[in-house]
Design a protein around this ligand. Structure first.
Ligand code: PMP
Length: 357
């Protein structure tokens, strides 16, 4: 008898829903926190020449020294801090979840937050504890410290700024969580480029702290590069779980040359931050919309009949993200990524038309 998935695949994996990636062909794509700007033509020319010469018959260098050196400089990584590179930060989340698991050790995060924390922990077989934020999306410190005490998690993820709410949590409260944690605390700074605040300078003060970044939101989502930073004694252990050639040759080449190329990514981030201000201002003028402040490259907003609005935008060629139904604190919430000025205007026009339809 051929075996069925029920016989072979773990229950918790069969219970998962795949991370949804909708088809965006021909749409104004404001659903995935991508940087809307292409790289300058001269830089694309340099990348083309590098790709032409790349030794694609060889495995990539797993230690990626040139790329790590540039990341150190660009991120301002303090001395004594080591780097672990991942095929996107998603892969680093997976590496962490696979590494910490003592029998029963939990992974803890706040809710709502990035859905992959829960999904990856579950797939890795670690019980996931989600602690709700307060109604204003700030940390519920009493509840959080209570859950840390009760579950003694091996790993805590905190996104800073948080996705999908867009806010930076109070740094002093995060420090209390780090101090109370019996295991590792990972501050996920995926949106650091739009926020400016960081826990990198605190790595020396907290021996159980790791900081994670990604190039995805800065303009290089297509090459998949995530970076985990922390004390050598943690990185050395995690590095054993990294698949030998996880960061491919083209990613290494392209990331190194783009990071070397002046301030192109930070200039684009500055333009996105300016547009974020305009978009938030305009959204707040739309009747029946409540838009939340953001330190990231997206804006969360609440509107009655969120699903009708989401569908109406889609019919008008604008793809955003619906969060309605994903958590009690996200009822009637939608999330829009900050695009180019034209894309944002197209979104605002489609939103007004849908609301008035
Ligand atoms: N962390 C957070 C908070 C995110 O929102 C995302 C992407 N949505 C990621 C990590 C994953 O980023 P990547 O795998 O592209 O580096």
């Amino acid at each position: 008898m051929p075996k069925t998935p029920e016989d072979v695949i773990r229950d918790e994996v069969r219970a998962l829903k795949a991370y949804p990636v909708p088809d965006a062909t021909g749409m104004v794509k404001l659903d995935a926190m991508e940087n809307p700007y292409p790289l300058p033509p001269e830089l694309r020319g340099r990348i083309a020449r590098l790709v032409e010469q790349a030794a694609l018959n060889r495995y990539p260098d797993p230690s990626a020294p040139a790329l790590k050196e540039r990341l150190r400089r660009v991120f301002g990584v303090p001395d004594g801090v080591e780097l672990l590179l991942g095929n996107g930060s998603d892969e680093l989340i997976q590496t962490l979840a696979l590494a910490i698991r003592k029998p029963g050790a939990a992974v803890l995060g706040v809710e709502p937050s990035f859905v992959m924390f829960r999904m990856i922990a579950t797939a890795a077989g670690a019980p996931y504890v989600g602690v709700d934020l307060r109604d204003d999306y700030s940390l519920d410190i009493e509840k959080l410290l209570g859950a840390v005490e009760q579950h003694r998690p091996g790993l805590i993820f905190i996104a800073y700024p948080n996705n999908p709410t867009g806010n930076l949590f109070d740094a002093g409260l995060i420090e209390r969580v780090i101090e109370a944690a019996p295991g590792l605390v990972v501050i996920d700074e995926a949106y650091h480029g739009f926020a400016g605040q960081s826990f990198l300078p605190r790595l020396a003060a907290y021996p159980n702290l790791l900081v994670m970044r990604t190039l995805s939101k800065l303009g290089l989502a297509g090459i998949r590069l995530g970076v985990l930073m922390g004390a050598e004694r943690w990185i050395r252990q995690l590095d054993k779980l990294r698949l030998p050639y996880n960061v491919n040759t083209l990613t290494q080449l392209i990331a190194a040359v783009v990071l070397e190329y002046g301030s192109v990514l930070t200039d684009q981030a500055a333009a996105i931050k300016l547009e974020r201000g305009r978009l938030l201002g305009e959204l707040r003028r739309v009747p029946r919309v409540t838009a939340y402040p953001s330190d990231a490259n997206f804006i969360l907003f609440r509107v009655s009949e969120a699903e009708r609005i989401f569908d109406g935008l889609k019919r008008r060629g604008v793809l955003i993200k619906s969060l309605h139904g994903s958590h009690r604190l996200l009822a009637d919430c939608l999330r829009v990524t900050v695009g180019t000025p034209d894309e944002n205007t197209a979104f605002l026009t489609a939103l007004t038309q849908t609301l008035n339809a």
